[in-house]
Every structure is written in C-alpha cells, then in structure tokens.
Design a protein around this ligand. Structure first.
Ligand SMILES: *Cc1c(COP(=O)(O)O)cnc(C)c1O
Length: 364
C-alpha cells in the first residue's frame, strides 16, 4: 500500500537550510550565520513584549491595525495598503500563492534568496534563473527572461547572499521594462542598512504602480527575528488578493506590541546601522589584506559579507576552521556558492575575533 503522494512540484523543493547555532560538535558558538542584529533589539521593544507576554488566551488583532498604522506613519504609506505576515517569508509566499500557479514562471537571480525557489515551486510555478553580473543583480538579464508566462519577478535589494545593491535607476529600468501584469516584488529585508540618503525607489513604485510589492522585516535591523514579523505594501488590488489566502492570525499579541515599540525607537535603528557600517568596512579591509591568499569580499550594502575563496584555502576549509575556533558562518554549496562564505557582521569583539581566526586559517 502506498501512502499519499506529494505533488511532483513539492518533491522538487530543496528544503530551506537555516544557519546553525551550535558547532558540529554541539558546542555553543558565536553565530554569524543568520544575519541577525548583534546588538540585540530595542529595550523598548523588549519591555513592550514583556508587558504583553501574559496575554495568552485571546486571539491577536487579525488586522494588526495598530502595527500597520505605525508602519504607515513612519514610512509615509497608506495603512490600508499594508499587509503583515509571519516574517516577510509569509508575504513572499502570499505573493506567489495569489499570482502564480502551474504553467506560470517566476524569475529571480542566480544566487537569489533561497525562499524564492520554495515559494515558486510550492504553488507549482516554474523557477526561471536570470544570470548574475559578478554576483550582482543584472536587470537586463532579468528582462531577457520575461515571457508571456512570467507572473512574478523577485528581487532582493540588497540581495542575500551576495550583499549587492541594485541602484534606483536600475530598479526603475527593470520596472519600466516589465509588462504591467507582472508583479515586481522588491524584498527590502536589508534596506534599513543602506545609508540614510540611499533609496531604491521601491516605496514610490509601490505607491504609484499597479504591479510593485515591497516587503520589509522586523527580523534584521529591528532584532525581532524570533517573533516572525514582516510586512508588505502594494496597490490595493494586490493587497486584497493576498489577504484572501493569508493566515488570519500569524503574529502574536506580544510580537505586535514589540514591533510597534521597535518602530518608535529609531535611535536603536540608527545605532545598529552605524555599528554595521563601521565594522563592515573594517572587516572588508581585513579581507582585502588577505587578497594574496585568494580571498575577496563582494562590496556589501547589507549586514554581512560574501567572502569568496579563490586561492589555496577553500571556503569549506575556512568554514570548518572557523567552526573549530567557535565561529559559525554560512557556507552555501547548496546555493551554487561552494567557494563562498556569508559572514554576518557581529559585535566589535566578535568581528575582531572572527578576523583573527580567519587570518590564522589562511596564513601568510
Ligand atoms: C532574512 C531575509 C528575509 C526575512 O525573513 P523573515 O521571514 O522576515 O524573517 C527576507 N528576505 C531576505 C532576502 C532575507 O535575507
């Protein structure tokens, strides 16, 4: 007797591989593998969470109204055109679920975020991979992949795992080149790490165009990864379609309150951005000094570096060596990057320690 058979497109999914938090030998280690905020979260967010932690018997507000209003106020958006999700991952899945199915195509870049493949295959759609340009998003290559079957284009900006940034002009050109019935999803998981005067124009497009969804998360700079809160904004018909299939209660009461308090503490966000910029530059410099050992960091606009190992020490050797010294980073052979390590920018002492460990491993 055979049991129930998953759909072929479900069997084709490569399950998401999360960053490790203990070493292979089970030892607790410094985790630089999931792009979390090394400074933690806002004290106000922590206090708001604690104040609501005892509210367990009632359902949360299904509309997350107070949270959406605070998001709208801070970003100059319309609260009615904001949808939340259990992490921005849920919002990405809602986009695929509402707008694509078997026979449709979804485009994303080579070295794109792992969730795009899962969201695409889950609904039976076909992934189409656009070639990169030295690890960066190539909007012309994406446009060349568009066919009559294309329903969605996913672009993370900055991108994970490559850390690269697609400037406003390129995003505008990409949008202008897409048919208006193709949904352009701009995944802004790392947007708060950009310099304050940097803006890829995503919100302006989401407000004006019928086919742009911008997603954001509380998991990265806001330091609330455990609470699973993300959101998106787009034209009303897009939000309406996604509402039809979303889970009615996907974020908790304490989480909603923590997120509202986090939004009101922009000092914490600024301090996190400044810390990241300082130590990202420092670490990139250290990697550059290891250039004659074949190491190279891709120019990063995010809270991590993608370090390529093109010399005598392999990324796998460095990954194991770092693990042995108590540092967990991300080695990504499953994403076509067997020669790369993605390293989250940690605290000052974590970053100093990581660099010293790496120097020891590569020698010279
Ligand atoms: C971390 C990340 C997310 C956010 O995931 P959440 O579900 O909000 O925790 C989304 N997109 C990219 C590219 C990411 O790296």
């Amino acid at each position: 007797m055979t049991g129930p058979q998953p759909k072929d497109w479900i069997k084709a999914i490569h399950p998401y591989v999360p960053g490790k938090s203990t070493t292979d030998s089970g030892r607790k280690a410094i985790k630089l593998s999931s792009n979390e905020n090394p400074l933690g979260t806002s004290d106000h967010a922590r206090a708001a969470f604690a104040a609501h932690a005892g509210e367990l018997e009632r359902y949360p507000d299904s509309g997350a109204t107070a949270l959406r209003e605070e998001i709208a106020r801070l970003n100059g958006l319309d609260a009615d055109r904001i949808i939340y999700g259990n992490g921005s991952d849920e919002v990405l899945h809602l986009a695929a679920g509402a707008f694509a199915g078997p026979g449709d195509e979804i485009i994303y870049v080579n070295y794109g975020f792992a969730v795009y493949e899962i969201a695409t295959r889950r609904v039976g759609a076909t992934p189409v991979i656009a070639p990169d340009k030295d690890y960066a998003t190539d909007v012309d290559a994406i446009l060349a992949c568009v066919t009559a079957r294309t329903r969605i284009v996913f672009v993370a900006n900055p991108n994970n795992p490559t850390s690269t940034y697609t400037p406003r002009e390129d995003i505008a050109r990409l949008h202008a080149g897409l048919p208006s019935d193709v949904l352009l999803v701009l995944d802004h998981a790392y947007a708060e790490y950009l310099d304050e005067d940097e803006d890829d124009g995503g919100f302006a497009l989401a407000q004006a165009a019928p086919n742009v969804l911008v997603t954001r998360t509380f998991s990265k700079i806001y330091g609330l990864a455990a609470e699973r809160i993300g959101w998106g904004t787009a034209a009303a018909p897009i939000i309406d379609a996604m509402h039809r299939i979303r889970l009615p209660f996907s974020i908790t009461i304490a989480g909603q309150n923590a997120a509202i308090a986090a939004l009101k503490d922009q000092d914490f966000v600024r301090a996190s951005r400044a810390h990241n910029a300082k130590w990202r530059a420092w670490l990139a410099d250290e990697i550059a000094k290891m250039g004659n050992q074949g190491l190279r960091a891709i120019e990063s606009k995010a809270n991590f570096l993608l370090v390529l190992f093109e010399g005598h020490v392999s990324a796998e050797t460095a990954y194991q060596g770092l693990m042995d010294r108590g540092y967990i980073v991300r080695w990504l052979p499953g994403q076509g990057l067997p020669h790369g390590l993605r390293i989250t920018i940690g605290t000052e002492s974590e970053t100093l320690g990581l660099a010293a460990a790496l120097r020891e491993i590569v020698g010279g």
